[in-house]
Design a protein around this ligand. Structure first.
Ligand SMILES: *Cc1c(COP(=O)(O)O)cnc(C)c1O
Length: 404
């Protein structure tokens, strides 16, 4: 018997759950791509994209995934042989560094391991050792989707300023935008990248680069810039096709317009952040109860350093994979694999897994996923502390008392 028929819940950290309204908005005939409604729709989206990022700067939209946004950012800033300082707190910083090296950038990685945030003392030491100011930019990940470590980006900027280092601050918010508080201008971020399929609740296929005047000026001399990636006319198009350097991603744009309506104009960004914060604390409350007995642990020990959109967890291998299989095939909840925590051929790989609570998620979805995990631990005889669901429901009840 399976109990999985019904609406499935893909709780992997991207693609995230797409609202039916987003899908319905895409279900239409292709529009004219030269004039009319589509042109107005894109023009209307630019201010909303600025607001989700907290910037008055520019934004460009690429037809691509997060890897495309990394490459777009690199291409517009660096010349072959330039130096970047990459801060890795899990898998994704390493990925951005690999992308940079593949383009001929000298990416120097400071690796903080798989369960810690950036250590600013090490960043300061690296910047202070760079007397010649060869480091053109510091590349950081806001929330690393693999470790689920969250970095304090405002503190990183303060550290760079205290070192009097002129490097740009470039941040990957692919897992956090529209989930965790992020204020690009207030925090002194020069460039930020994100993609459509996570907090923005839209199918994979669009990515974004936001940048300020300083980044534009530094990037003017970048010799890695090629026509397709060049942000110059994409960010200030004289003709509509220049937004996309070709045919517009018509249906994705309708979906994104609807998602931005929901985030910016209906719920409101601060409420979206508060919802994610509460749902994350719900997950952690259940996790603390499970961890009271047996091998269950959260990857990030300190709640202050955990992202609000996804939580990385572990059991003794192979119980992580057993639990994922049970949840998916018996109960219709697909948990994420543990990414970058152990090599896939290492038996330890089967200990790690993740629960995403990103984007279009509410209390019933998160409580449902937690209850399914709790049932799975019992069905599989995996030792665990009791009271997880009681702890989760109490947290929801105290965060959301009766509306009077
Ligand atoms: C998902 C993700 C990426 C990669 O995005 P793709 O769309 O898979 O290329 C990069 N960085 C972070 C932090 C992510 O969460």
């Amino acid at each position: 018997m399976t109990l999985s028929n019904g609406r499935p819940y893909l709780a992997i950290p991207g693609p995230s759950v797409m609202p039916d309204r987003v899908l319905a908005a895409m279900h239409r005939a292709a529009p004219n791509i030269y004039t009319g409604a589509l042109v107005d729709l894109v023009d209307s989206m630019i201010p909303d994209l600025r607001s989700v990022a907290g910037t008055a700067g520019d934004v460009t939209i690429y037809i691509g995934n997060g890897h495309a946004a990394w490459e777009a950012a690199n291409a517009n800033i660096f010349s072959r042989g330039d130096t970047a300082l990459v801060l890795a707190t899990g898998r994704f910083g390493l990925g951005w560094a690999e992308a940079a090296r593949g383009m001929g950038i000298d990416a120097q990685v400071l690796d903080f391991g798989r369960a810690s945030p950036v250590d600013l003392a090490r960043v300061a030491a690296a910047l202070e050792a760079d007397n010649a100011h060869k480091i053109k930019a510091v590349l950081a990940t806001h929330v690393d989707t693999a470790s689920t470590a969250r970095n304090d980006i405002a503190a990183l900027r303060a550290c760079m300023d205290a070192c009097n280092h002129p490097a740009l601050l470039m941040v990957d918010c692919i897992a956090s935008l529209g989930c965790d508080t992020f204020l690009m201008d207030d925090w002194g971020v020069d460039l930020m990248v994100a993609a459509s399929q996570k907090g923005l609740m839209t199918p994979p296929g669009l990515s974004f680069v936001w940048f300020n005047d300083k980044a534009r000026a530094v990037g003017k001399s970048a010799d890695l810039r090629t026509p397709y990636w060049d942000w110059t006319s994409r960010s200030k198009p004289e003709q509509f096709y220049q937004y996309f350097h070709g045919t517009a991603p018509t249906h994705h744009l309708y979906g994104l317009r609807e998602a931005l309506n929901m985030i910016v104009h209906e719920e409101g960004l601060e409420n979206v952040w508060a919802r994610h914060a509460t749902l994350a604390r719900t997950v952690w409350a259940a996790a603390d109860a499970w961890a009271a007995d047996g091998a269950f642990r959260l990857n990030m020990a300190d709640p202050a350093h955990r992202g609000h959109s996804v939580t990385s967890m572990r059991l003794t291998a192979p119980d992580g994979s057993r639990l994922r299989d049970w949840c998916e095939h018996t109960a219709g909840v697909t948990l994420g694999i543990g990414l970058g925590m152990a090599p896939p051929e290492d038996p330890a790989w089967h200990g790690y897994f993740r629960l995403a609570h990103m984007g279009h998620v509410n209390a019933h979805m998160v409580l449902g996923a937690l209850a399914v995990m709790d049932a799975g631990l019992k069905a599989l005889d995996i030792p665990h502390g009791s009271g997880a669901i009681e702890a989760a429901t109490r947290l929801i009840a105290s965060a959301a008392p009766e509306r009077k």
